[in-house]
Design a binder for this molecule. Sequence first.
Ligand SMILES: [Fe+2]
Length: 145
Amino acid sequence: MNNINKRLAIHTADMAVLYIKLHNFHWHVKGLQFKLIHELTEGYYEEMAEAYDAVAERMLQLGEQAPASMKEFLELSNIKEEYTKNFTPADVLEKVISDFEYLVKELQITRTEAADANDSTTDSILTGIIENLEKQIWILKYTNA
Ligand SMILES: [Fe+2]
C-alpha cells in the first residue's frame, strides 16, 4: 500500500472513531446549552459518517481495501476515545475543536501528497472535508468565546 493509501486508511479510522465519540457528547452533555450541543454534535456525526465513507471508497477506487472493523479502526486511529460520560457544553466544544484541528492538520498533509502525485480526485475529496472542518472550527470557537 502506498503512503497516500496508508494515510487514507488512518483518516477513515480517525473519522470512524470520532463518529462514535461524537455520539458520546451528543448523549451525555449536560447544562443550559444541552440542546445546542446535542444538535451540533448530531450534525457532526452525520458529516463524519459521510466523510469516512467517501475516503474509504476512494481507497477502493485506488485498488486497495479499506479498514472496516472496530478492531482495525482502533488500531489505526490516533483519535482518543472518551470513556467518561459527563460533559459540560464547554468541555464538548474544546474537545471537538481539538479533534477537528488534528484532523485538518493530518488531512492537509495527505491532500498535499495527493496534489503532488497529480491525484486530483483524492485532493478534491480531502479539500471538501477540510473546507467543512475549518468552517466548523470557526463556528465552535465563536460559540465557545
Ligand atoms: Fe440523537
